[in-house]
Design a protein around this ligand. Structure first.
Ligand code: ADP
Ligand code: ADP
Ligand code: MG
Length: 448
C-alpha cells in the first residue's frame, strides 16, 4: 500500500490524512465544488474535484471516486464514516479494480448493513439481542401478530437503516398502521429498501457500544466501550469512555460478546457493536453493528493511547494487530463534544452561514480538537452540521468534566449558532454529572 484515496470530506478527511502521514503513505483528497477551499486539501499530495455540492453527485458517486483513485495512481481507498463507508457494492468495486478498501470485507458490510441479518448473526454468536421480530413485516396481518408478541411501546426500524432514519415509535395498536407506512416510506426514500422490522421500545435506555478490531490473521480484540447516550433525534451529541453507568461485570460481558460476534463473522478492520443498556434491569441488548470507523473513535484513542485510523491502515495492508484486548491499558476518562452548527433552541436545526469568528481552545495532551474549518469560512447546507469534535481527557470523570467546562468556555464561535452553550450547560446539570442521561434526555429537557 503506497497511496490512499480519502473518499470523504470534513474533519474525518483531515483525520485520515494525519494517519496516512503517520503511516508514511501518500494521500489523495477529493472534494466537491462546495468544499474547494477546505484547508486539508492543500496538505494532501493531490486533490481531485469530483463534482458539484450535492453529495449524490460527488461524495456518494462511486464512479467519480474510483476514477479519482485510479487516475492518481492510488492503491487503497479509505471511506471514513457516512457516505460510502457502509456501501458493500462500493467496497466490492474497489477490490475489482485492485484497490485495497480500508475496512471490512464486502460480505461483512452487507451482513451487518442489514439489521435483521445482523440480529441473527448476533443471536447465533450468543450475543443478547433486543427482543423483537426476526423477519421484515410483510403485511398488516403480520404486523399485528408480531406487535402482539413484541408488546407496546415498540420501535419500527428500517432493516437497511442508519443515521437515525427510518425509525418510528408506536405506543398503541391504533398507531401501528400509520407509523408503519411512514417508516416504510422514509426507508424507501433514504435507503431504496422499505423493509421494516420491530423491536421492543425501551424509553429509558443508555447507548453503550464496544470498539472492536479484527485482522487478516484471525485476531479479534476489543478496546472497551463508549457511552453515547446524549442524543437528539437518535443521533449522538456527546460521547465518553468509560461508560459512567456500566458495572464492571456487565462491561466485561458486552466486550466479550462483541469480540465473539466479530470472530464469529470473521470480521476484519475496525467495527463497533452497539447495545442499549436498560438501567431498570441492568441489562444490555445488541442493536446493531457499524462496519466502519465511528465519529466518536477519539474518546477510545484518548483512554487507550492508540491511533485507530493508523491501525486501520496497517490492518488493511495485511499487518497483524499491534495490540490484544489484554495489552490495552485503559487510563482515565475522555469525553467528546460534537461542535455542530445547530440551534439548540430550535430543535437543533442546522444553521448554515459564515463563521465570522472561529477560535477553538488550545490543544494539550488533555484537549484535542479535530476539525476542518477556519474563520471566514462559510458553513454550507449540503452536508452534516458537525464543525469540530472537542475531546477532553482527565484522570477521573470529574476532572474530564472540569477540563471540558474550561475548554468549552474557551471555544469561541461567531456567525452561526452552535451546540457549545447547550453542552456547557449540560456539564452543570445534576443528571449529567450523576450519569442519568438517557437517550431521550435532551429532547425531554426541551419539553420542560
Ligand atoms: P456514529 O455512529 O459514528 O456516531 P453517526 O450515526 O453520527 O455516526 O453517523 C455518522 C455520519 O454518517 C452521519 O453523517 C450520519 O448521518 C451518516 N450515516 C450513518 N449511517 C448512515 C447510513 N446508513 N446511510 C447514510 N448515512 C449514514
Ligand atoms: P442507526 O442505524 O440509525 O444508528 P440504531 O439501531 O443504532 O440505528 O439506533 C439509533 C438509536 O436509537 C440508538 O442509539 C438508541 O438511542 C435508539 N434505539 C435503538 N433501538 C432502540 C430500542 N429498541 N429502544 C429504545 N431506543 C432504541
Ligand atoms: Mg446506530
Amino acid at each position: 500500500m503506497n497511496r490512499v484515496l480519502i473518499a470523504n470530506r470534513g474533519e474525518i478527511a483531515a483525520r485520515i490524512l494525519r494517519a496516512c502521514r503517520a503511516a508514511g503513505l501518500e494521500a489523495v483528497a477529493v472534494h466537491s465544488t462546495a468544499d474547494r477551499d477546505a484547508p486539508y486539501l492543500s496538505q494532501a499530495d493531490r486533490a481531485v474535484c469530483i463534482g458539484p455540492p450535492a453529495a449524490a453527485r460527488s461524495y456518494l458517486l462511486a464512479d467519480a471516486l474510483l476514477a479519482a483513485a485510479l487516475g492518481t495512481g492510488c492503491d487503497a481507498v479509505h471511506p471514513g464514516y457516512g457516505f460510502m463507508a457502509e456501501n458493500a457494492a462500493f467496497a466490492l468495486r474497489c477490490a475489482e479494480h485492485g484497490l485495497t478498501f480500508v475496512g471490512p470485507s464486502p460480505e461483512a458490510i452487507e451482513l451487518m448493513g442489514d439489521k435483521i441479518a445482523g440480529r441473527a448473526a448476533a443471536a447465533a454468536n450468543h450475543v443478547p439481542v433486543v427482543p423483537g421480530s426476526d423477519a421484515s413485516i410483510s403485511d398488516m396481518g403480520a404486523a399485528r401478530r408480531q406487535a402482539a408478541d413484541v408488546g407496546y411501546p415498540l420501535l419500527l426500524k428500517a432493516s437497511a437503516g442508519g443515521g437515525g432514519r427510518g425509525m418510528r415509535v408506536v405506543s398503541s395498536p391504533a398507531e401501528l398502521e400509520q407509523r408503519l407506512a411512514q417508516a416504510g416510506a422514509e426507508a424507501a426514500a433514504a435507503f431504496s429498501d422499505s423493509r421494516i422490522y420491530m423491536e421492543r421500545y425501551f424509553p429509558r435506555v443508555h447507548h453503550v457500544e464496544v470498539q472492536v478490531f479484527g485482522d487478516r490473521h484471525g485476531n479479534h480484540v476489543h478496546l472497551g466501550e463508549r457511552d453515547c447516550s446524549a442524543q437528539r433525534r437518535h443521533q449522538k451529541l456527546v460521547e465518553e469512555s468509560p461508560s459512567p453507568v456500566l458495572a464492571p461485570a456487565l462491561r466485561r460481558e458486552i466486550c466479550e460478546a462483541a469480540v465473539r460476534l466479530a470472530r464469529g463473522v470473521g470480521y476484519e478492520n475496525a467495527g463497533t457493536v452497539e447495545f442499549i443498556y436498560d438501567p431498570a434491569e441492568a441489562r444490555c441488548y445488541f442493536i446493531e453493528m457499524n462496519t466502519r470507523i465511528q465519529v466518536e473513535h477519539p474518546v477510545t484513542e484518548m483512554v487507550t493511547g492508540t491511533d485507530l485510523v493508523l491501525e486501520q491502515l496497517r490492518v488493511a495492508a495485511g499487518e497483524p494487530l499491534s495490540f490484544t484486548s489484554q495489552s490495552i491499558v485503559h487510563r482515565g476518562h475522555a469525553i467528546e463534544w460534537r461542535i455542530n452548527a445547530e440551534d439548540p433552541d430550535r430543535g437543533f436545526l442546522p444553521t448554515p452561514g459564515r463563521l465570522t469568528r472561529w477560535s477553538p481552545p488550545r490543544e494539550t495532551p488533555a484537549v484535542r480538537v479535530d476539525t476542518f474549518v477556519h474563520a471566514g469560512q462559510t458553513v454550507t447546507p449540503y452536508y452534516d452540521s458537525m464543525l469540530a469534535k472537542l475531546i477532553v481527557k482527565g484522570d477521573s470523570r470529574t476532572e474530564a468534566l472540569e477540563r471540558s467546562a474550561a475548554a468549552l468556555d474557551a471555544f469561541v464561535v461567531e456567525g452561526v449558532s452552535t451546540t457549545i452553550g447547550f453542552q456547557r450547560a449540560m456539564i452543570e446539570h445534576r443528571d449529567f454529572i450523576e450519569g442519568r442521561v438517557h437517550t431521550r434526555w435532551i429532547e425531554e429537557c426541551g419539553d420542560r
